[in-house]
Ligand binder design. Sequence first.
Ligand code: WT7
Length: 653
Amino acid sequence: MNDHVYPVPADWAERAKINKERYAELYRESLSNPDAFWRREAQRLDWQKPFTKVSESSFDEATFGISWFSDGQLNVSANCIDRHLAERGDQPAIIWEPDSPPEMGGGEGRIITYAQLHEAVCRLANGLKSLGIRKGDRVTIYLPMIPEAAISMLACARIGAIHSVVFGGFSPDSIANRVQDCDSRLIITADEGLRGGKVVPLKANVDEALKLLHGPTVEKVVVVTRTGAGVWMEEGRDLSYEELVAAQSPDCPADVLNAEDPLFILYTSGSTGKPKGVLHTMGGYLTWASMTHEYVFDYRPGEIFWCAADVGWVTGHSYVVYGSLANGATTLMYEGVPNFPDFSRFWQIIDKYQVQIFYAAPTALRALMREGDDWVTKTSRASLRLLGSVGEPINPEAWEWYHRVVGEGRCPIVDTWWQTETGAAMITPMPGATDLKPGSASFPMFGVEPQLVDGDGHVLEGATEGNLVLTRSWPGQMRTVWGDHRRFFETYFTTYRGKYFTGDGCRRDADGYYWITGRVDDVINVSGHRMGTAEVESALVAHAKVAEAAVVGYPHDLKGQGIYAYVTLNANDVPSEALRRDLVQWVRKEIGPIATPDVIQFAPGLPKTRSGKIMRRILRKIAENDVSSLGDTSTLADPSVVADLVANRAGAS
Ligand code: WT7
């Protein structure tokens, strides 16, 4: 463990909005007088009708429910655009950098001012209305990282349609499941996407997905032209985005919406079953996204902020789009990947646009770190003043490299812990207030009360390690699982009664710093993306030759965790290299490339208890190559399977 502490730099302590004293004072107030604290913080938004109620939230079964600012009314899109027009209409709202740089034919980037964003969002909102989309209707957005993704989200928000963004790397099957689950009436996609020089057949994937749907849910598919490839357009169903918006008025009054009206659904993996539709609402979510964006990044209006996440994930929702734009930021959207055309791409983009704040996932940093420092040091990066990390634990080695090489020792790093469910950052340093410890997410955000509990729910005090729970609601908390409120309650509030269970393990050191140790449930974190082991298992068993499968995570140098699959074949099928490759391709096709198994071990039998439950603990140990501590295997129905698994352990690193 690395015990180096990086104190708050003097100029930060002096100039940052939140210094040590302010943090302590506001944190205390946020817990002791939440009503006053949130009444004030929510004033960062423009309310069409002021709220009188703050929070009516309860984690107890009898009174269960989450609600914030419930009698207030506001429009999220007006908060992200219209209210900035007078002061910063000509300021860039979105800077877009294409996949390929200009010298490789990628063309120049696009700069969209707040005034232009207003027009684009209004036109599309009118277009959606012309297609019959009304408040409460669901719209699936399956787009690459292009400005139209943000425009589509904001156009939905403007009229109260609920967007569901599906990451462009997901397969037709995954799209179909998500469209079906929330009965989307309309899909916005593009002809093709470009990532790392490769073409992603987005429209073809949508066509495929629509064939898989049961019953008529999708009426229209709106297709953005990205590459200009001639794609199939189904008569009466598919229409051109450009033609749709050209025909509309550039003005669309912002609807008056309720604070608790749904803003978006975002599907995320859990430990069981199919992905859950996490639902966020208008007022609380935007308050939380805006507040954390301002304090965590010490954001000052007009600065250029780059969150490198895709809008298909919650990080992109909260920090590429909503938090940034609510705060009048210039948000940078990059279509591509960190290593194309070469390993300097991130740093060149920072120089090109003079980015001040850069926020990325450890997995990308680790991949760049191993290519050597020259790719970084040949760029200037003089504009940078703050760095951020998100999505998975950052190992101290990567932290140090990020700090020393990328930030030249001058930029604090905010390691922000949060989840799709939490809406925005929950445990995180604030650069003017927190002495940094590499690898620690440090302290709770205002209004967040973490606790560590043991398996029985006993609260652990002082320096300790346990399961991370949150004892009280915060404005950006998810409100329900789409279509399954019972599942919401059972997933998060029954493991430890009356508390929100995060699914993460966590250590608290003697200075009170929190160190997230990773998931304690059957969720694995692959390159900062969450994957349910159950999802990969069900994809594997859907293959004709597979009888049974068990999937676990194991430590992976670049990805954080890799996917290790134990596969039992049907009686008449035999293991082979060809079949192994076939299974890998199969999972990629079923779910998407992010679910690619790193290791497949053919296993004649899996370790099961006499009641038939697979003992994952043992499988995890074998995958981690920690076979000396397999623990008690005597309760297994057939203890001999373990010896076989160990002997035939596949070559995971
Ligand atoms: C899970 C949530 C944060 C939004 C993007 C991911 C892990 C996230 C950190 C961090 C250690 C982290 C947790 C969490 N995680 N950030 N800074 N340090 N772990 O959202 O897909 O909902 O995944 O990501 O395990 O539970 P998500």
